[in-house]
Design a protein around this ligand. Structure first.
Ligand code: NI
Length: 136
């Protein structure tokens, strides 16, 4: 059930908010505010070390000696966290690996950091997701 409440904002802040939501294609302020609230709950779930889901993406040159083996070995060390891994051959030299993970936030971050810090990984990212429901 939806409940209504009103919010008071400084004029400038509201102006900035309206241009923010227009850029992000929101139809109305309510949906934008709901997303912002949920996003902050998701962040809190990660910070509190709850069970979370996430997506790790890595870009690397597969010619780099031993790199592929290292990435595979790290994933085996954390196999209980990994739901699936997809490997895409981006171009002649580069691979994109997308790893879907699930588990305690701290462990998931540890895995992502080790993968991203591996020498030869050119780009890496951890998308931190969750439902935001854990707090209630
Ligand atoms: Ni490849």
């Amino acid at each position: 059930m939806l409940k209504r409440f009103s919010i008071s904002l400084e004029e400038n802040l509201l102006k900035d908010f309206d241009s923010y939501i227009a850029k992000r294609q929101y139809d109305n302020r309510s949906e934008a505010i709901r997303d912002l609230i949920r996003k902050s709950f998701v962040r809190q779930e990660w910070e509190a070390g709850h069970n979370v889901v996430g997506v790790i993406s890595l870009v690397y040159d597969h010619h780099q000696p031993q790199l592929q083996e290292k990435i595979t070995e790290l994933q085996h060390n954390y196999h209980h966290l990994i739901n699936s891994t997809t490997h895409i051959h981006m171009d002649h030299d580069h691979c994109l690996e997308v790893i879907i993970v699930r588990g305690k936030a701290k462990k998931v971050q540890e895995l992502a950091e080790s993968l991203i810090a591996t020498r030869g990984v050119k780009d890496g990212n951890l998308a931190m997701n969750s439902t935001g429901d854990h707090l209630h």
